[in-house]
Design a protein around this ligand. Structure first.
Ligand code: G3P
Length: 223
């Protein structure tokens, strides 16, 4: 399962890349708005993200009509070979995905809230589909259930489109995505940083270091 960071923060992405854990990045207008400060334009930020990320970087169009989406998609795809165009799951969006597929432009279809939307986006030619699990949990539905359904549907028909689990809120979402067999999870930096930690690891290490003092009272390592 690939791990993407869901952020527009260059600092967070660089840190995740240095850890060797980040395979790609997803951004959206809300995440861009958080970074739109300090004199840097969104264009500068996106160019930097595309440069430092070792894999796909999704950048979202903000037009909602077909012509506007295609124009913005063209500009996004020219930013780098790893740029992926994020298109919303609408009927205009489906038309855009079909045309972009013919032009070999990679698309991530976003704002997916049920499994048939994912099937339609895949049939239109999306390389990634992004179901939003956390936002479904927020309204009392089990978001991960649609990941199970999408996995089953894609397996039934041997669909190659990547299931990119989005709106991740906690490590349990990540675990469930991995057990189901999702292709990618995109998560905020704070969730990523929780994943390598376990209190028993910290406790075990503290005990080993304490016991080591009995072998080497000055803490030196004699080998
Ligand atoms: O990038 C799309 C998605 O991950 C948004 O997550 O937390 O705003 O529901 P959230």
């Amino acid at each position: 399962m690939k791990i993407f960071l869901d952020t527009a923060s260059v600092k967070e992405i660089q840190d995740g890349v240095d850890l060797g854990l980040v395979d790609g990045v997803t951004t959206n207008p809300t995440l861009a708005a958080k970074e739109a400060k300090g004199g840097k334009t969104f264009s500068d930020i996106v160019k930097e993200i595309i440069k430092i990320t070792p894999g796909p970087v999704s950048v979202e169009v903000v037009a909602t009509d077909l012509d506007g989406m295609l124009k913005q998609a063209g500009r996004i795809s020219q930013l780098g070979s790893n740029a992926v165009v994020k298109i919303p799951m609408t009927t205009e969006g489906l038309k855009a995905i079909k045309i972009l597929k013919e032009k070999r432009v990679a698309v991530n279809c976003t704002l997916i809230f049920n499994s048939l939307q994912a099937l339609f986006a895949a049939k239109a030619g999306a390389e990634f589909v992004s179901p939003f699990v956390g936002r479904l949990d927020d309204i009392g539905q089990d978001g991960m259930q649609i990941i199970e359904e999408i996995r089953a549907i894609f397996n039934n028909y041997k669909i190659q489109t990547n299931i990119l689990v989005a709106s991740i809120r906690n490590p349990v979402h990540v675990l469930r995505a991995a057990v189901i067999g999702a292709d990618v999870v995109t998560m905020p930096y704070d969730v990523l940083m929780k994943l390598p930690h376990h209190p028993k690891t910290d406790e075990g290490l503290a005990r080993f270091l304490e016991d080591w003092k009995k072998v080497s009272p000055d803490g030196s390592f004699p080998l």
